[in-house]
Design a protein around this ligand. Structure first.
Ligand code: FAE
Length: 537
């Protein structure tokens, strides 16, 4: 990564802290050029959200000399709390862990059926949110960097044949030749040293799962990551502060992780053209009769109190609020009549990337180790299985004790799709997803892990997910779709029916990718931004 972290990034990082520390920055007189409308504060380009799609948009706009404001509803995570750390660990969650909750809602709710995982906390704009939509809950990151703050950093590229199936209208040659490599380089994707992987106690859990997969005749692959594996090695050696080796992941990593605030966003701010404003939630968008758009933006404080509602004008609007956020903004605009020409496809084509979590109980001699790195490094790749394609990441369960559990996040090929409807009473988008729609995903995962269990004489764990279930199919880490490329937008994310309005995030992906999604979201945003800057429409 050092080669990608240029002086400009570092300058940007400083600027990032300063700009966002100011919280709300007025874009007023200083920025209003003569040709710009005077009635409301104005920026030539506004980017909503600061996850992967937004970060690419902000950087490429900034480099093109376009003055850009990024509006993020969460906070900037750069200030240590009383414990001297920016983020809490998974074993000691506090108010920083979750977005305005009185109790944490970790994906793994129990251990030995006991409610020992979650904790009571004070409401605060914490870094992880679980948005509950009945039969499906969606985990998302909140703050400057979006999902990059809380995710497991796994950075695989989907196999080309499946990418082509998912995106028939996208030139795969360009993606695999230009945009994927560009995204990987900018994100700081790196590989684990195989020799270290084989020898370290921190990945014993993965080696045990690999042994059982190989016994079953299954293939495993190393999965690249944006966590700096060099740093991790130094953590193990005791020469660097611990993060992945200290149980940190879903509530943020204090070290080692190349989250977007350290890569794309730092570089964006470093262009001198990009400002990031935190605790700013975009709730409305309408066309400006003079051209462009007017946004309604709510500013909140850390208690959640709305301290200001304001309007902000822009010529170009880039929506990167994630699958849930972007879809909600557009659906609300269509259904309230603010943007009536939006396609009927807005709100459609949503899927959880076939996510299913499961766990197996190992024999007493197959210890997984009390010490486990939080960053997954290995996956079981059975995607070529025509009847039941599954890519299963071998997930850690770092509880600080030997528990003999092998855990997995299976990505399956579930063709079921959900859709969003606008609920006027709550002024929000509601996801329509029935529990049965996950049956194909559970069946595929069960098919794979039944084979592994049979061959290794092992069984499932039923004590971890609540309701004596072996498969957790009621939440996803990978919300995808809602404003699908080529349906709600053209083939470059330009929203149908409106000029100067773009979608840049995971809502473009039609519900499934076959692997963890952020590298693809980033690469697609790189491709689309290149075109949009050349041909804005
Ligand atoms: P995203 O990163 O979600 O960013 C959207 C941003 O917009 C957020 O910062 C929001 O706070 C903000 N926002 C939303 N609404 C508004 C609004 N109205 N106004 C202003 N701001 C708003 O979007 N993916 C992988 O590839 N590998 C992994 O290992 C992996 N692990 C994961 C683990 C966890 C626990 C979670 C939650 C996700 C994981 N993911 C992983 C998924 C990945 O983080 C996700 O696909 C991307 O973050 C989605 O990127 P977007 O740009 O779509």
């Amino acid at each position: 990564m050092a080669s990608n972290l240029t002086r400009r990034h570092i300058l940007g990082l400083g600027a990032l802290s300063t700009a966002a520390a100011l919280g709300f920055t007025r874009i007023g007189a200083a920025s209003a050029a003569a040709a710009e409308p005077a009635a409301v504060p104005y920026a030539p380009a506004v980017v909503v959200g600061s996850g992967y799609g937004s970060a690419v948009a902000a950087l490429r706009l900034g480099q093109a000399g376009v003055r850009t404001v990024v509006l993020e509803m969460g906070r900037l995570w750069d200030t240590p709390g009383p414990d001297g750390k920016v983020f809490p660990s998974t074993s000691a969650p506090d108010h920083r862990s979750m977005w305005f909750r009185t109790r944490t809602e970790a994906p793994l709710a129990q251990f030995l059926w006991l409610d020992v995982v979650n904790r009571d906390i004070n409401p605060y704009p914490g870094v992880l949110d679980r948005v509950n939509h009945g039969a499906m809950s969606v985990y998302v990151g909140r703050g400057v960097g979006g999902g990059s703050l809380v995710n497991g950093g796994m950075a695989p590229t989907p196999r080309r044949s499946y990418f082509t199936e998912v995106f028939p209208g996208v030139d795969a040659g360009e993606m695999y030749g230009t945009y994927y490599p560009r995204a990987r380089a900018m994100l700081g994707v790196n590989d684990i040293d195989p020799a270290w992987f084989e020898s370290t106690e921190w990945y014993r859990f993965a080696r045990i799962s690999r042994k059982h997969a190989h016994n079953t005749g299954l293939k495993t692959v190393f999965v690249p990551n944006v966590y700096d594996f060099g740093h991790m090695k130094r953590e193990a050696a005791g020469t660097a502060p611990r993060s992945a080796l200290a149980g940190e992941v879903i509530y943020g990593n204090n070290h080692g992780k190349r989250s977007l605030d350290k890569t794309y966003l730092a570089a964006a701010v470093g262009t001198g053209n990009v400002t990031i404003e935190t605790m700013q939630r975009v709730v409305g968008v309408r066309p400006d009769p003079a051209g462009g758009y007017v946004l309604t933006v709510r500013t909140s404080d850390v208690t959640g109190k709305v301290t200001q509602v304001r309007e902000l004008g822009c010529r170009q609007l880039f929506l990167g609020a994630g699958s849930l956020g972007t879809t909600e903004i557009l659906l609300r605009a269509r259904e309230t009549g603010a943007l009536p020409a939006l396609s009927e496809q807005v709100g459609r084509g949503w899927g959880p990337n076939g996510n299913v979590m499961t766990a197996r109980a190992n024999h007493l001699w197959d210890t997984v180790g009390a010490r486990q790195a939080t960053m997954p490094a290995l996956g079981i790749d059975d995607w070529d299985n025509a009847a039941n394609p599954v890519f299963a990441e071998i997930a850690p369960l770092p509880m600080g004790l030997e528990h003999w559990i092998s855990m997995y996040l299976a990505i399956t090929r579930n063709r079921e799709r959900g859709y969003f409807t606008y609920d006027a009473a709550t002024d929000s988008a509601r996801l329509n997803w029935r529990r049965e729609q996950n049956t194909p995903a559970v069946d595929a995962a069960k098919n794979l892990f039944d084979r592994i269990n049979r061959r290794n004489f092992t069984i499932y764990r039923y004590d971890l997910f609540g309701g004596n279930r072996a498969f957790a199919d009621d939440f996803t880490y990978h919300p995808l779709g809602g404003c699908v490329l080529g349906d709600a937008t053209d083939t470059y994310g330009r929203v149908k029916g409106y000029q100067g309005l773009y979608v840049v995030d995971g809502s473009l992906v039609p519900g499934s990718l076959g692997v963890n999604p952020f590298v693809t979201i980033t690469a697609l945003a790189e491709r689309n931004m290149e075109r949009v800057l050349a041909d804005p429409r």
